[in-house]
Design a protein around this ligand. Sequence first.
Ligand SMILES: [Fe+2]
Ligand SMILES: [Fe+2]
Length: 194
Amino acid sequence: MRGRQDLTDFGREEVAMNEPFLTDVKTLRERARESIEQGPITRAYGADRARVVEVLNDALATELVCVLRYRRHYYTAQGLDAGPVADEFLAHANEEQDHADQIAMRITQLQGQPNFDPDGLALRSHSEYDASPGLLQMVKEDLVAERIAIESYTEIIKWLGDNDPTTRRMMEQILAVEEEHADDLLNFLQNMQG
Ligand SMILES: [Fe+2]
Ligand SMILES: [Fe+2]
C-alpha cells in the first residue's frame, strides 16, 4: 500500500517537472549572470527589499533589547534565589540572542546593513527594557514584552506574504519560540500568584 502511494507521488512529481518554466531557461541563465553582485536577490524577489531591511532592523533591535532585559533579570533573580525562574530567564536570553543572529544574517543576505548601534536601540525596539527589582514584576514585564513581539512579528509575517518566503519562514520560526516564551512566563506568573 505504502509502495503504491510512493509510486503515485513519484508520478505526480514527474509531471510537475515536465511542465515548462514560467521564464525560459535561456533568459533565467542570462539574468543570473547580469546581476551577480546581488547575490541571492533575483528578479523573482517580490518584496520591497529596502523596507524589509528596515523592518528586520527593528526586529533586530527588539531581540537585542530582549537579550539585555532577560540577562539583567537572570543576574538579579539569581540574587533573589529564584531557582527555576532565573534559569528560564537565562534560557530565554540565549534564544533571543539566537534570533538576533538569524535576523542579522538575513539582513546581510538581503544586501543590507544590520544595525547594532546602541544609540537609539531602545527607540528602534518594539519591546521595552525593564529594571524592576522584584521577581513578580520581572515576569510580568517579560510577558508583556513577549506579547508585543508576538503581535509585531505576526504583522510582519502577514505583510511579507508570499513576497519573501525565506524571511517569512525565519520570522514564523522565531514567532513560535516567542509564543513558547509567553506560555512559560504565564505558567510562572500563575504559580507565583496562585
Ligand atoms: Fe526572540
Ligand atoms: Fe522571546
